[in-house]
Design a protein around this ligand. Structure first.
Ligand SMILES: *Cc1c(COP(=O)(O)O)cnc(C)c1O
Length: 405
């Protein structure tokens, strides 16, 4: 076993089960391991590396900004924060933003905003505000986020949980309607569920959700940490149904594959519930993160990464759907956000990922049965062709093993 893997096994908490590969370098859609072997990255760090590894514009800017100013905390203003948040608001149609670092922190921020809005503006009685979330959701690993989860493994051993969360069936308007009451502050939803295995709700769901929330004075908060910023073929996945949520959560790709950068964006009347001292983060909105976030947004727009995702995603989906192999149960996706569900009786998604790794293609299974295919948005058609060939061959080998046994 590699010395790096043994060291991690000894000193790093075993809260992940990584593929046995030790990466040392990345450039564009490729990463290299400690032996110099090259891999196509079809995982892009759960969409945090949508721009590709070491994007030249971002690397250049980081060098400049590191020499200039990096961390000062929000005790002071900087010349970097305003332009970043202005651009983020312009692009998403939101009025104001609150910068944080990781996705989970931005989710916490959204929950705090929604609750405070319920008490100060909607008129819900103290400590009665409810937040509705969906079955199968993933909103991060903090206590509030796992309190909204119905995934037993995310919760096991971590109780007691904060109260005030309800779960409704993802994709069902009737289920949401039945759960809304006078104390409902917000409905938080992923336009496509990533960690659940790239689960796409029925057409028209988000649009119907938006009108139901509007009729009931309930905030619609979209968690686009993973689906946002071009991943599904639009800047925001909400745009597929022309929905503008009352609150929006961004993260992952917002950091350009370089730093954790996240934010909660909202209408002015929602964000205005925060007053100095209510909420904060030492690192949130620091000038290095803000400079990177602004450049990451500019690159997305100027290099048309959302359009590329739509085009390449359609191409990849078409090629995957043309594969005839009994191991495949379903191929689903939008843009370069694709899941290949395998028949658990015939193969494990983990075994497929390990076989793909040997061939120089990196991906990761989710929920044991889905292979996630979400490369950097800059992937070329030739690279997609190569990836599909590896998938075809791995599936064929595994089918042969099945037939032989
Ligand atoms: C990744 C993710 C989060 C959590 O983000 P972290 O940066 O890991 O805290 C929350 N919501 C969604 C939809 C995600 O995909």
């Amino acid at each position: 076993m590699s010395a790096s893997i043994s060291l991690e096994a000894q000193y790093c908490a075993h809260n992940y089960n990584p593929l046995p590969v030790v990466l040392t370098r990345g450039k564009g859609v490729f990463v290299w391991d400690e032996n110099g072997k090259k891999y196509l990255d079809m995982m892009s760090a759960y969409s945090a590396v949508s721009h590709g590894h070491a994007h030249p514009r971002l690397v250049k800017l980081v060098k400049q900004q590191v020499e200039n100013l990096t961390i000062v905390s929000r005790a002071f203003h900087t010349d970097r924060l305003g332009p970043f948040l202005e651009r983020a608001c312009q692009l998403t149609g939101q009025d104001m933003a609150l910068p944080m670092n990781t996705g989970a922190e931005a989710v916490e921020t959204a929950i705090k905003a929604a609750r405070k809005w319920a008490y100060k503006i909607k008129g819900v009685a103290d400590d009665k505000a409810e937040i509705i979330a969906c079955s199968g959701n993933f909103h991060g690993r903090t206590l509030a986020a796992i309190s909204m989860s119905d995934e037993p493994q995310y919760r096991d051993g971590f109780g007691p949980f904060p109260a005030g969360f309800n779960i409704v069936e993802y994709g069902s308007i009737a289920s949401l309607k039945a759960a809304i009451n006078d104390n409902t502050a917000a409905f938080i939803v992923e336009p496509i569920q990533g960690e659940a295995g790239i689960v796409i709700p029925p057409d028209g769901y988000l649009e119907a959700v938006a009108s139901l929330c509007r009729e009931n004075n309930v905030l619609l908060i979209c968690d686009e940490i993973q689906t946002g910023l071009g991943r599904t073929g639009k800047l925001l996945a909400c745009e597929h149904e022309h929905v503008k949520p009352d609150g929006l959560i961004l993260g992952k790709a917002l950091g350009g594959g370089i730093l954790p950068v996240s934010m909660f964006l909202a209408r002015r009347d929602v964000m205005s519930v925060f007053t100095p001292g209510d909420h904060g983060s030492t690192f949130g909105g620091n000038p290095l993160a803000a400079a990177i976030g602004l450049e990451a947004l500019n690159i997305l727009v100027e290099d048309k990464l959302a359009e590329r995702s739509a085009e390449s995603g359609e191409y990849l989906l078409r090629k995957l759907r043309a594969i005839r192999n009994p191991l495949i149960r379903e191929i689903r996706g939008r843009g370069l956000f694709i899941g290949m569900e395998v028949d658990p009786a015939l193969a494990s998604a983990r075994a497929i990922c390990e076989a793909l790794m040997v061939r120089g293609l990196l991906s990761k299974e989710t929920h044991g049965t889905v292979v996630r295919l979400a490369p950097p948005l800059i992937i070329s058609k030739a690279e997609i062709d190569w990836a599909v060939l590896q998938i075809i061959e791995v599936l064929a080998e595994m089918e042969d093993v099945q037939l032989a046994s």
